[in-house]
Write a protein that binds this ligand. Structure first.
Ligand SMILES: NC(=O)C1=CN([C@@H]2O[C@H](COP(=O)(O)OP(=O)(O)OC[C@H]3O[C@@H](n4cnc5c(N)ncnc54)[C@H](O)[C@@H]3O)[C@@H](O)[C@H]2O)[C@H](O)CC1
Ligand code: K
Length: 481
């Protein structure tokens, strides 16, 4: 089962792996042809009704595979209004091959003819539908539903929302649907005969985080201050640089406001990093239980809290972590020394834990050399814990116990101290902007590795964690393939 949002990410990841959307359309069209052959006999009449998007494109490909039938390909709209290159190229190929095509500017030109065809292929719209069907699709749909002709829908019956199965307006009442790659939630309730066709998308497009996962980071143009998240970093103690690295990474990953709660000596140092960070010191030189109530107040109106960079593992500090998590019910990234107490804490918080493999074992998790084995172990442990895990390694494994992704970016130079703080800060910022903790953590792992790869291009194994934050914006851009 796959959502249309996730399908778009997987499409993009497939393209980045070298399997272009045009190749996927060719496979989709071939799958449509196979579904046609399952329903009608050689010599029968088949009408393909095409929209102006890639759903239409699928049927334009299918038309090349259906020589044994009497096929007509009908485009709803003028060829110049076909919206994608790959659909238009397939339309042009039909015209150039002198295969029977017709295009109608509106529904007046649409009729099923005196003798209705033996099968109509509905390729007007698929996952690209928005709102109630407009003209000419609406009238064509009504005529189709009124006619007594078998209908095979491509990917989704036109007008039906692939995720919900609902239709805002009219929708094609399909007898059969051939959908691609994986079943769609909106198809389960339909009384149509649904076939799922494999269209050659490599599993890697789903398993490995790629540029498609950036689609989770939709940035609406009119977002204003506070929309892209407020992050509180709680860190510092024996280590002063860690909270600053995490905070700068959060800023560079698009958080609007980043506050740092840290011991006084650390605050003085971070103040030196300039005006971008709002620093709130707490007394003493390490986090203790007496600080927890005030921290819970401050955390209450933040989108995410990044807990742990540089806190150290003093007993009082770990007690404070337990008390904070027991009293916190928001979203938090937990990193470094704070991680070891997570399994014992009963919390309503939505946690993203970012251990390396040593810290995972300290939490009671198991790890393995082979990343596939590690992925299974991490998935199981995340499920047991009820939190999202991002386990860092040559291959990062990210899981919420149900879905699991693997990050393959990064390089050995990143074992230098501090890259984990950058990752924690970026995870906090993305988790403040993306609803799914798993998607936020997967994107953070992938972008952190890309920032590290960019730093390694320049500094080799001499890269420092402080080289990473400024490379995050580029790492979060899809430079296309
Ligand atoms: N990996 C895959 O699953 C692949 C799927 N493919 C097919 O691509 C479509 C999605 O194509 P897309 O171009 O994004 O959108 P559609 O063709 O579904 O529809 C867009 C088209 O429809 C118009 N439109 C949108 N809403 C309405 C409306 N309410 N009324 C009228 N017209 C509407 C819009 O203007 C566009 O013209 C997917 O379903 C698969 O069939 C690819 O083949 C590749 C791989
Ligand atoms: K369709």
């Amino acid at each position: 089962m796959i959502s249309s949002e996730r399908m778009a990410m997987v499409d993009r990841n497939a393209a980045a792996l070298g399997v272009s959307t045009k190749q996927l359309m060719e496979s989709s069209g071939n799958a449509v042809a196979r579904a046609v052959r399952d329903r009608v006999d050689a010599g029968d009449r088949v009408h393909l009704i095409c929209g102006r998007g890639n759903n239409g494109g699928d049927a334009m490909v299918a038309a090349r595979f259906l020589d044994e039938f009497e096929v007509e390909t009908l485009l709803l709209g003028r060829p110049g209004t076909i919206r994608t290159d790959i659909a238009r190229e397939n339309w042009d190929a039909l015209v150039a091959s002198d295969l029977p095509t017709r295009s109608v500017a509106d529904s007046r030109g649409f009729d099923l003819g005196e003798i209705a065809p033996d099968l109509v292929v509905d390729a007007m719209l698929g996952t690209g539908v928005t709102g109630a069907l407009r003209e000419p699709e609406a009238t064509v749909t009504r005529r189709l539903n009124a006619a007594d002709v078998p209908v095979l829908s491509v990917d989704v019956p036109s007008g039906v929302d692939a995720d919900t199965g609902e239709a805002t307006g009219v929708a094609v009442d399909a007898d059969a649907v051939v959908t691609f790659h994986d079943d769609k939630p909106g198809l389960t309730g339909l009384d149509a005969d649904v076939t799922v066709a494999d269209i050659g998308i490599p599993d890697a497009a789903e398993t490995f985080v790629g540029p498609g996962d950036l689609l989770a980071l939709g940035r609406d143009a009119d977002s204003h201050k506070g929309d892209n998240g407020e992050v509180l970093v709680v860190g510092g103690g024996p280590y002063t640089g860690a909270p600053a690295l995490a905070a700068r990474a959060a800023l560079r990953a698009g958080a609007d406001l980043v506050r740092v709660a840290c011991p006084e000596p650390v605050a003085r140092e971070i103040q030196g990093y300039g005006p971008d960070l709002i620093v709130r010191a707490f007394d003493g030189d390490h986090l203790s239980p007496r600080h927890v109530d005030d921290l819970l107040d401050r955390a209450a109106d933040q989108d995410t809290v990044v807990f742990g960079p540089g806190l150290g593992s003093d007993d009082a500090t770990l007690d404070a972590v337990v008390e904070f998590l027991a009293g916190y019910d928001g979203r938090a990234v937990v990193d470094a020394d704070a991680l070891q107490v997570v399994p014992e804490v009963d919390t309503d918080a939505e946690l993203i834990c970012t251990p390396h493999q040593g810290e995972l074992r300290k939490m009671g998790g198991e790890t393995a050399r082979d990343w596939r084995e590690r992925a299974d172990l991490v998935t199981e442990f995340a499920g047991d814990m009820g939190h999202t895990l991002l386990v860092k390694g040559r291959y990062d494994v990210i899981s919420d116990g149900t879905d699991t992704r693997v990050g393959r970016t990064g390089n050995p130079g990143m074992t230098v101290g501090g890259t984990g703080d950058v990752l924690a800060g970026m995870t906090g910022a993305l988790a403040a902007q993306i609803q799914s903790p798993l998607r936020a953590a997967a994107l953070a792992a992938w972008a952190n590795g890309r920032a590290g790869d960019s730093a390694a291009d320049e500094f080799g194994d001499g890269l420092a964690a402080s080289d990473l934050p400024d490379r995050i914006p580029q790492a979060l851009r899809d430079e296309g393939v």
